[in-house]
Design a protein around this ligand. Structure first.
Ligand SMILES: Nc1ncnc2c1ncn2[C@@H]1O[C@H](COP(=O)(O)OP(=O)(O)OP(=O)(O)O)[C@@H](O)[C@H]1O
Ligand SMILES: [Mg+2]
Length: 235
């Protein structure tokens, strides 16, 4: 489904040059929930931005279904952003003055869908995330967990195969965070959507099918012990 091969990315030049990603290799299968952990500043968001077609890598290759990119500049990968990936952010990124329904429909209309079809799809997506009775509420009238579910509805409404979630539970209480994880598991298992999720929370990370640790510019398979830093404590 998603395959990342020897991806490299640095910022700046000369003595200020900072190599962030030093040869990332990873795969995410259809319907798989993968969590990505790692120290602050190690490059998790940078990696997601490249996979999401918002930033180009210096070298390496990404294939996502039929899309081949990685080093292509963001203006050459409009299709990836439109049809390949859906985004979920820590701070929801909803439009304050629009209802839940219009928040989801609006992003579909931006991608060129007719108003009627966008509304139908938005309706279905909001039902799917359990917000059938909150369609007309604006973000202020929703709890944090509900706002994040609107964002999930927006991410899945365009039938995109991959969801990139950058600390999706960072602004949520424990219970709402657990509920977002429940929803991710459900979407992966029953809708065949794949989710790549960055989190700093080892408990939530361990609920994924697989955990990856990004450290010193490369990813490695991880387990709950290394996620908690137990190995480092012992060594
Ligand atoms: N556009 C940029 N220009 C220069 N440096 C950048 C740029 N974007 C990111 N960096 C640097 O790359 C490194 C990785 O940043 P990134 O945001 O990917 O880290 P992160 O793992 O997501 O951290 P956090 O857990 O704090 O969100 C940091 O040192 C950051 O300062
Ligand atoms: Mg980040």
């Amino acid at each position: 489904m998603l395959s990342v091969e020897d991806l490299r990315k640095g910022f700046g030049s000369g003595r200020r040059r900072l190599e962030v990603l030093k040869g990332i290799n990873l795969k995410v299968e259809k319907g798989e929930l993968v969590s990505l952990m790692g120290p602050s500043g190690c490059g998790k968001s940078t990696l997601l931005n490249i996979i999401g077609g918002l930033l180009e890598a210096d070298s390496g290759r990404i294939s996502l279904e039929n899309f081949d990119y990685g080093t292509k500049s963001p203006n050459k990968v409009v299709d990836v952003r439109r049809n390949g990936v859906g985004w979920i952010f820590q701070d929801f990124h909803l439009v304050e003055r629009l209802s839940a329904l219009d928040n989801v429909a609006f992003s579909l209309e931006l991608s060129g869908m007719s108003a009627k079809e966008a509304e139908d799809r938005a309706w279905t997506a909001l039902e799917r995330v359990g917000l059938g009775d909150r369609m007309e509420f604006i973000p202020d009238q929703l709890s944090g967990g509900q706002q994040q579910r609107v964002a999930v509805a927006r991410a899945i409404s365009g039938s995109r195969p991959l969801i990139l979630a950058d600390e999706p539970t960072g602004n949520l209480d424990v219970k709402s965070g657990e509920e977002i994880l429940d929803l991710f598991q459900d979407l992966c298992k029953n809708d065949g959507i794949s989710v790549l999720m960055v989190t700093h929370d080892p408990v939530l990370a361990s609920r994924a099918d697989r955990m990856l640790l990004l450290k010193d510019g490369v990813t490695a398979a991880s387990d709950i012990r290394s996620a908690w830093g137990i190995e480092e404590l012992e060594s």
